[in-house]
Write a protein of this length. Structure first.
Lengths: 510, 111
């Protein structure tokens, strides 16, 4: 790895709130999307001439459409409860990375244009015009929020900061000031079917290769079917599962679970992506277009169930929004949604998380494992923010915390939680969520990982933990990259189904 | 957009240093890009870079890590068919660093 051009924060046994360093991250600017990238997904190619008027107009549009946006902008009393809850503030010390200050970049402009006091007495209420300087600050600092919503947990008013970030990104995109990383990826999903830009033939070749690998490793002919009509289950998973390590280990795990349970399944080349970066930029149309590909694939293949692989924000979109976006789950009332609802088997949740699926099979003894196969691992679990704070699993409150941990304990003998204030709904973001998993934000990603690295380090010291399981492709990629900056092995992170894969008995149900 | 001048030829690169036009790639620009990445190109590095280009020609995407490690293992021996070996060659990660040197577009997504 090239030597970092920034200082990696020192880990402490007890996390400390850093000394404020004004402007510490002001130099950070993620690459701006090119005209070609912007236009491919329906946004202006470059900053439009009358951008100020257009931005205010868009803000008014959002305030009219989303009541929540207005409520969150109105209700903050600057109590400060959120200030030390953001991993990016804790890692960088930049005061604008205090959630309240980051939100205020939009709130000040909102006050100027949409409140009585701000229109007539702007100075009294801290209202500000949207100058070019303020606009650039928006770009800089809203690309330093991973929309993880940890601060919202501690906000006495329940202000969802992520929604304000999403609103700001929506406004920026609408005036031609988008971020390269996220918008390029959205274009690839719409053009090719997944974030990677992996075309059908390459996917087919990759899956065939994996089938050979599993056969060579285990002697079992575990299949990875693609576009198989009439399969029971459509599995939609992040495309990183096809491409990268450690992601691919979980894909192998899913395939082994289907094989051992004797349930037919298929992947789709049309919907070869669970991730939905439309969420990150707060753009409803984009999010819907991506979600619709999954409905199209499900109808085309005639599947009875839709299961989602290990992807954090995908599960938020699937669990919370697929019903009205695409008719997966009750809610959509267009002819295609109705057709899909009639096609899907009502005995199973639509959609279902792969962890719910595997958990149930393990509990019922449909699949069996040799726990000792994981004895070389001492495991902890990193709750991914979108799973933890924006969704649920199973049929009980907190199921999204219980089910993944129960799976781990059913397939392995050595498990230790990290400190209570760093897991469950208080989990820290990996530092790369929300569209920030890009090389040009490496300094932010490394520094933002500090709180998680400190919590991890404590269980490494106390319990010799050597494996951190997680169920999000972004978390896996982010940790693989930043763990070495803190002196850990990159292979310390992996998926829950990687653990399942290690322990599962393949000839149990054949 | 930026560009690199090398032996009288101009190569266009994007803001992250990836070559814009695949067709412009040659060993000269590969050596230059490797130098920028502080990668000392050996025979082993060229093996990987050449495989990436071949695969890209067939599939319009860089190979997945498992595809790459398997191909390298077949060609150079099983002990080299793993990602550890590839990270030794390309410390910033075979996907991004080796792709850049091979003149391929940067792989995107949650990787």
């Amino acid at each position: 790895m090239a030597a970092p051009t920034f200082e990696v924060p020192k880990m402490k046994a007890v996390s400390e709130v850093p000394r404020v360093q004004k402007g510490a991250m002001a130099h950070t600017k993620s690459y701006v999307a090119s005209a070609a990238i912007q236009q491919a997904i329906g946004f202006p190619g470059e900053l439009v001439e009358n951008w100020e008027a257009k931005a205010i107009e868009k803000m008014g549009d959002l305030l009219g459409k989303y009541r929540s946006f207005k409520v969150y902008l109105d209700t903050c009393v600057h109590c400060g409860a959120c200030t030390d809850k953001c991993h990016y503030f804790l890692g960088t010390g930049d005061p604008i990375n205090m959630p309240v200050a980051r939100q205020d970049l939009v709130r000040n402009v909102y006050r100027r244009h949409f409140t009585f006091a701000g229109k007539y007495f702007p100075k009294l209420v801290g209202a500000k015009d949207l100058t070019r300087e303020v606009l650039d600050q928006w770009y800089t600092y809203y690309n330093q929020c991973s929309e993880c919503r940890r601060c919202s947990v501690f906000c006495p008013y329940g202000i969802d900061t992520a929604e304000i970030t999403m609103g700001a990104k929506e406004i920026l995109d609408s005036i031609g000031y988008g971020q390269k990383y996220t918008n390029e990826i959205i274009g690839k999903v719409q053009r090719i079917g997944n974030n990677l830009g992996l075309p059908g033939p390459a996917l087919e070749d990759t899956l065939e290769g994996l089938e050979e690998d599993i056969l060579a490793d285990t002697g079992a002919a575990v299949r990875m079917p693609l576009n198989q009509k009439g399969a029971e289950v459509l599995l939609v998973t992040p495309s990183a599962d096809f491409f990268s390590e450690p992601h691919v280990e979980s894909l192998i795990g899913y395939a082994k679970v289907f094989h051992a349970a004797g349930i037919s399944w298929t992947l789709s080349s049309h919907a070869s992506e669970a991730g939905n970066f439309g969420l990150f930029i707060g753009n409803y149309e984009t999010m819907r277009n991506i979600a619709l590909r999954i409905r199209e694939a499900a109808l085309e293949l005639g599947v009875k169930r839709i299961i989602v692989g290990e992807c954090g924000h995908a599960w938020r979109v699937a669990y919370s929004f697929w019903n009205t976006l695409a008719g997966i789950g009750a809610g959509g009332n267009d002819p295609f949604s109705i057709e899909l609802q009639q096609q899907l088997d009502p005995r199973y949740p639509a959609p279902q998380h792969i962890c719910e699926f595997t958990h149930d099979l393990l509990k019922r003894g449909v699949i069996t494992v040799d726990k000792s196969a994981n004895d070389h691992r001492v495991i902890t679990y990193h709750d991914s923010c979108n799973v933890a704070r924006a969704s649920r699993m199973g049929d009980m409150p907190g199921g999204q915390f219980v089910i993944p941990r129960e799976i781990i304990k059913m397939v392995a003998n050595n498990y230790h939680d990290m400190a209570a204030d760093t897991i469950h709904e208080s989990t820290f973001c990996c530092g790369g969520g929300g569209g920030l998993l890009t090389d040009d934000l490496m300094e932010l990603r490394v520094k933002g990982a500090l709180p998680r690295m400190e919590a991890l380090n404590n269980v490494v010291q106390d319990h010799q933990v050597n494996f951190m399981a997680t169920i999000c492709a972004i978390c896996k990629a982010q940790f693989s990259k930043v763990l070495p900056y803190y002196g850990f092995e990159m292979s310390m992170v992996g998926g829950i189904h990687q653990l399942v894969s290690t322990a599962i008995k393949l000839d149990a149900k054949q | 957009m930026a560009s690199v001048e090398l032996n009288g030829k101009t190569y266009e690169t994007d803001e992250e240093g990836y070559l814009v036009n695949l067709g412009e790639w040659d060993e000269g620009i590969a050596a230059y890009l490797a130098e920028q990445e502080k990668v000392d190109m050996t025979e082993s590095h060229w093996e990987v870079v050449n495989f990436l280009r071949e695969y890209y020609n067939d599939y319009q995407i860089a190979p997945a890590i498992r595809v790459l490690t398997k191909a390298i293992g077949k060609k150079l021996g099983a002990e080299k068919g793993n990602s550890k070996y590839l990270y030794e060659l390309f410390p910033y990660g075979p996907a991004k660093q080796a792709c850049k040197i091979a003149g391929l577009p940067k792989p995107t997504g949650c990787i």
